[in-house]
Design a protein. Structure first.
Length: 146
């Protein structure tokens, strides 16, 4: 699943959220959950052109980069400029139980939805039990007198 035990990454994320600036926007908020045989991650990315989204996976690290350009012309004096713009980036460390070869990404209404299937090796399965006693009962008995 999603691993969140790196205290340095958590500190970096908190710093970005608290001290995000126009040149270094705050991080992308996300929700993540398991839905049957897949893991779902949704990230809020309002106002991003789909062509400015870049998603890649290397080993078990999924990286999402997005760029939002400022709509305020350089030649005007801005009265307010609170919406962050620039390059946003977020990395998710995925567990070995996810199949990173089959990630599906959909961007609709400002929300990026990633669906990552659970790997076959991580799905629950039944283990058959055999008994050597049953095998011995099926073998012909050897005669003591032979």
């Amino acid at each position: 699943m999603l691993l969140q035990h790196d205290p340095f990454r958590d500190l970096d994320r908190l710093t970005q959220q608290v001290f995000g600036t126009v040149t270094r926007p705050s991080s992308m908020p996300l929700d993540a959950w398991r839905d049957g045989d897949e893991f779902v991650v949704e990230l809020d990315l309002p106002g991003i052109d789909p062509d400015k989204l870049d998603i890649d996976v290397e080993r078990n690290v999924l990286t999402i980069k997005a760029e939002r350009l400022s709509r305020i012309p350089d030649a005007v004096d801005a009265v307010a400029s609170e919406r962050p713009w620039g390059v946003f980036s977020r990395q998710l460390v995925l567990g070995d139980s996810l199949d990173t070869e089959k990630v599906d990404a959909d961007y609709t209404a400002g929300v990026l939805c990633l669906r990552i299937p659970i790997a076959e090796k991580a799905k629950p399965r039944k283990i058959s039990v055999t008994s050597r006693d049953a095998i011995r009962e099926q073998e012909p008995q050897k005669s003591i007198n032979a």
